[in-house]
Design a binder for this molecule. Structure first.
Ligand code: OFO
Length: 171
C-alpha cells in the first residue's frame, strides 16, 4: 500500500514541476520576442525538462498504486525587466524546488519508504545541477553586465547551455 502522506506530497511536487514548466515557457516566449535567441532556446529547453520531471512523478505515483493528478496552474509572469531579473527568478524558483525535494526526502526517510527515497535521489542531483547552472549564469550576467555588447555575449553564453543540457529530454 502506497503511503498516503507521500502520495499527497509527491502530487504537490508534480504540481511544482508543472508550474516551473509553465513559468519557463512564458520566459522563453518573452525572450524570443525580445531578440534574445539564446535565452529563448535555453528556457524552451528548461520548460521541456520540467515537463519530463513532472511526467516521471506521474508515472512513479501510479506505479506505486497511487493516483497522480494534474493540478490547476496559476498564470505565470509573462513580462520581465531584463535577463538579469529572469535569471534571478530562475535561481529562486530552483531553490524553492530544491527545498521541496529535500522535504520529501526527509519524510520518505521518516516513513521508511525506501523506494520513494531511492526515486528521489535523481531529483536531488538534478536540483544541484540546475541551481549551480542558474547561479553560474547569474554571476556571468553580473560580471559582464548588460551594457553595449554585454547583452549579446550573455545571450550567446546562455544559448550554449541550451544545447549542452540534453540529459533529461533524451530520456
Ligand atoms: Fe524539475 O528540475 Fe528544477 O525545478
Amino acid at each position: 500500500m502506497f503511503n498516503k502522506k507521500l502520495e499527497k506530497l509527491l502530487n504537490e511536487q508534480l504540481g511544482m514541476e508543472a508550474q516551473a514548466s509553465s513559468a519557463y515557457l512564458a520566459i522563453a516566449s518573452w525572450c524570443e520576442i525580445n531578440g534574445l535567441e539564446g535565452a529563448a532556446a535555453f528556457f524552451y529547453k528548461q520548460s521541456d525538462e520540467e515537463r519530463v520531471h513532472m511526467l516521471k512523478l506521474f508515472r512513479f505515483i501510479n506505479e506505486r498504486s497511487g493516483h497522480a493528478i494534474m493540478p490547476a496552474l496559476t498564470k505565470p509572469t509573462t513580462t520581465f525587466k531584463n535577463i538579469q531579473e529572469i535569471m534571478t527568478l530562475f535561481l529562486s524558483q530552483e531553490r524553492k524546488v530544491t527545498e521541496s525535494v529535500n522535504k520529501l526526502v526527509y519524510i520518505a526517510n521518516q516513513e521508511k519508504d525506501y523506494t520513494t527515497l531511492n526515486f528521489l535521489q535523481w531529483y536531488v542531483s538534478e536540483q544541484h545541477e540546475e541551481e549551480t547552472l542558474a547561479k553560474t549564469l547569474l554571476d556571468k550576467i553580473k560580471l559582464i553586465g548588460l551594457q553595449g555588447s554585454g547583452l549579446y555575449l550573455i545571450d550567446k553564453e546562455i544559448g550554449q547551455h541550451a544545447s549542452a543540457s540534453t540529459q533529461d529530454t533524451a530520456e
